[in-house]
Design a protein around this ligand. Structure first.
Ligand code: SAH
Length: 237
């Protein structure tokens, strides 16, 4: 039989995360450590024995589908935002979401593994995954094989610089109220997400323009100032 070039893959789980839209999600995992998410295994994979032993690892590889980009076409060359949107690179030299097969790969820190209401979950920390992301596979991260200390980072040698994030008086008190009410740390999450400068490159020169990013159930209004970002206010979704 000739090898098949078309495969059917099953979703093994779905991610529930603080990122409710693509805008604002960091470009790689681990950059926003305060991001919390959990992976729910779906039947027939929703069982604890399928995860036995995983608790002895700190990180996993997650292979997932870029389900929110699937209608868009891929191109051989793309403009990585990290290069200012000016230089084109081959799609396979980048981690763009617009690929021939819309499959993503993230290494993510894991927390508790547990069952709740007959559902099976793995807590995730610092994931770069949109809420609702379908997961195809998980594998333990093996430091001895996967951590290559002398690897070259090509044209992405280091993460982008983080800019300071300042809160207006209004935003500060709104965050405090939210934290008291929901028992969920939001100030650090906002600082980490906005500090990455999630703006598309064509807007990166613009100051004082209002942007909105949805995290959990709130919309954060913010703008870029000269040397920092300012959180203006928080609106309920
Ligand atoms: N670490 C992954 C993702 C890199 S691209 C990899 O290298 O394959 C990161 C971007 O993926 C984020 O900015 C976010 O907007 C996007 N993303 C995350 N989950 C997604 C999903 N389910 N559908 C579409 N885009 C998604």
């Amino acid at each position: 039989m000739p090898p098949s070039n078309s495969f059917t893959l099953n979703t093994i789980g779905i991610v529930h995360s603080c990122y409710k839209e693509k805008f604002g999600i960091p470009r790689q995992p681990g950059l926003v450590t305060e991001a919390t998410a959990r992976l729910e295994l779906i039947p027939p994979y929703s069982r604890l024995d399928i995860l036995e032993g995983l608790e002895s690892f700190s990180h996993i590889w997650i292979q997932f589908v870029f389900h929110a980009c699937m209608t868009e076409n891929w191109k051989a060359k793309i403009r990585p935002p990290r290069l200012g949107g000016k230089t084109k690179m081959g799609v396979f030299a980048t981690r763009t979401t617009h690929r021939p097969n819309p499959i993503g790969l993230s290494v993510v820190k894991i927390g508790n593994i547990y069952q709740e209401n007959k559902k099976t979950f793995i807590d995730l920390h610092g994931a770069d995954l949109l809420d609702g992301t379908p997961v195809l596979d998980i594998k333990p991260y093996l430091p001895y094989a996967d951590s290559i200390t002398d690897a070259q980072g090509g044209f992405f040698p280091a993460p982008a610089q983080i800019k300071p994030v300042l809160f207006s008086e209004l935003a500060k008190s709104q965050c405090e109220n939210y934290e008291n009410l929901h028992k969920r740390e939001i100030t650090t999450l906002i600082k980490q997400v906005i500090g990455q400068d999630p703006r598309p490159s064509y807007l990166s020169e613009q100051l004082d323009r209002e942007h909105g990013i949805t995290l959990w159930d709130i919309n954060i209004k913010w703008c870029a100032r000269n040397d920092h970002f300012e959180i203006l206010r928080i609106e309920n979704k």
